[in-house]
Design a protein around this ligand. Structure first.
Ligand SMILES: [Zn+2]
Ligand SMILES: [Zn+2]
Length: 444
């Protein structure tokens, strides 16, 4: 018997939590925060009660067999190790809506993710960028490798997304196969990797797919004849090279620091334009972890220092260097350091908002961010790409896999998802369970 339970993240973007349960094991994916709008950064969780507070908010799900005994006990749940089945989690990628809750799991519970995700996760822990605490039992997987936990087999299959290490999974039990796409796109550096995911999962009984880009407007997916988008990571690189030729001052970019490959590619593209990337210490650490031979400098604001041993070989520059030679650099800057621009704005030619936080209106910081740039008179442009496949490619992926049952989620309007190649489309409600029988989902 294989049961699939959909906990959360169905009609929202974030917090996808699904469990595949057999007679012997339970596989949970992913483990980010749901209903994140209920979180208020002005309020702290209580020490030693983090998981419980998140569960009471509904941001984490009440699930037996995954939390520490004190947390589970407080909420009348069975703790990790107290159930007769083996519990484990698989994580598609290092975006907070897919992994933010990891620190709340029992530290001994096995959590599988790609090698690259595990490497990034480790560095996020070192650099203080994790929510709550670092999970102890991370099990890295090679792409295309398979693990077996009791009677559940899981294969980690790479996809292209705007974070390094992203993958989806093919989960197999004696009752059938389930593929989970995670988040993916076709306008990144590796559209072939996303296509390959489709081919490797072809014929899966159940396909659980993201549907972010059909969230915001009416879309008739069946009528789409081709992609609308003309931009990609490659056009963004070309755009940056052109700007380096046009602008005679400092170019500042606000990117998302877990999209490590973008910065890596930019370092190489800009070298030809005689500009060097100046990275903040966290971004520098992430790039160095994956591409140790990349030639960049580390920007340390006044009063700061870097004692990161991994960056010992890298050249460090200060504000004076940027003020003296602004046209030699592209400065990568996290929003939290934006007050640096009080002292740099006279040499800034353009500020490029490039998928970094705050991303849009839904973030309470967004209006403040825009007003800062306006008041300081800093020319700025939005040149972000996002990480999600446009509707044409969402359908293409489903067409290739052609599952018996399609389950679109991770979308405000999953009911818009359509393909001629799935026998049925199921839209579960939060908390609903199904049995997998002959490739079909049967309500519990
Ligand atoms: Zn997502
Ligand atoms: Zn994502």
């Amino acid at each position: 018997m294989t049961k699939i339970k959909f906990y959360s993240g169905l009609r929202e973007i974030g917090g996808t939590v699904v469990a595949v349960e057999t007679d012997k094991a339970v596989c949970i994916f992913d483990f980010g925060y749901a209903f994140v709008g209920r979180l208020d950064e002005s309020v702290c969780t209580r020490k030693g009660h983090e998981a419980q507070d998140f569960m009471r908010l509904g941001i984490l799900n009440r699930i037996d067999g995954i939390y520490e005994s004190h947390a589970a006990g407080e909420l009348n749940l069975k703790a990790y190790g107290e159930t007769d089945k083996k519990y484990f989690a698989i994580i598609s990628h290092m975006h907070i809506d897919h992994m933010g809750g990891l620190g709340c799991l029992d530290p001994k519970m096995p959590v599988y993710m790609s090698n690259d995700s595990a490497k990034l996760y480790k560095r996020m822990g070192v650099m203080g960028e994790l929510e709550y605490r670092e999970h102890e039992n991370i099990q890295p997987m090679e792409y295309d490798s398979t693990i077996t936990v009791e009677d559940i087999k899981v294969t980690c299959i790479q996809v292209d997304h705007d974070v390094i290490g992203a993958c989806g999974f093919l989960i197999e039990t004696e009752d059938g196969s389930i593929c989970y796409t995670g988040d993916f796109r076709f306008h990144g550096f590796h559209p072939d990797v996303s296509s390959a995911f489709g081919n490797k999962c072809k014929g899966a009984d159940v396909m659980i797919t993201e549907g972010v880009t059909i969230s915001f407007a009416d879309v008739d997916m069946l009528s789409l004849e081709g992609p609308e988008r003309t931009t990609s990571e490659y056009t963004l690189l070309e755009d940056m090279k052109e700007r380096c030729r046009q602008e005679d001052g400092l170019i500042v970019i606000n990117n998302y620091n877990r999209n490590v490959e973008r910065i890596h590619q930019m370092i190489h593209a800009l070298a030809k334009e005689k500009r060097q990337m100046a990275l903040d210490s966290i971004q520098a650490d992430y790039v160095n972890a994956f591409y140790p031979w990349d030639d960049f400098v580390v920007y340390i604001p006044e009063g700061g220092s870097t004692n990161n041993p991994s960056l010992r070989e890298k050249k460090v520059i200060d504000r004076n260097e940027l003020l003296t030679n602004p046209s030699k650099y592209v400065l990568q800057q996290n929003y939290k350091n934006i007050y640096e621009l009080f002292d740099l704005k006279d040499v800034v030619s353009v500020y490029l908002h490039m998928d970094g936080a705050p991303l849009g209106d839904y973030d309470p910081s967004f209006a403040k961010f825009q007003s800062f740039l306006e008041v300081q008179g800093i020319k700025n442009e939005h040149v972000g790409l996002g990480g999600h496949a446009e509707p044409y490619y969402l359908r293409k992926m489903a067409d290739i896999i052609a599952p018996t049952t399609l389950v679109p989620l991770h979308s405000f309007r999953p009911e818009q998802f359509n393909t001629e190649y799935a026998k049925e489309i199921v839209l579960p409600e939060c908390g609903q369970s199904f049995y997998l029988e002959n490739g079909k989902l049967v309500k519990e």
